[in-house]
Design a protein around this ligand. Sequence first.
Ligand SMILES: [Zn+2]
Length: 140
Amino acid sequence: MSASTAPRRPGPTPTPVSQPFWDAAAAGTLTLQHCGRCDAVVFYPRHRCPRCWAEALAWRPASGRGTVATYTVVHKPGHPAFAPDTPYVVALIDLAEGPRMLSAVVGCEPGQVRIGMPVRVRFTAGADHPLPLFEPEEEP
Ligand SMILES: [Zn+2]
């Protein structure tokens, strides 16, 4: 399939609450909300802290590091635009700050992904909406 006939990839739909997350992503930074009352780290983006109900949530840069909590290898995508990427890995990432994020693991073969594997964020390049994906953390 040529690029001109390939279906357009669906992307996120920013809301007033999530717009700061996507603005930071466009600048290559992963951000999370922090509660000014109870210090909870919050993801996904919300109006109120899910722990203490305060509205005092502020955006802060995150480390971009985490570990693979679980994953699956996708062979048949849910949207035809992702067919060229198959097989790919959809994973739940336990971020170093605490929240769990649904994303994908890139930069390695699907068979190399393991539960507990250290990963770091890498944003998609050249996309309308850069997405936070994760790649294996290099061994120290
Ligand atoms: Zn709170």
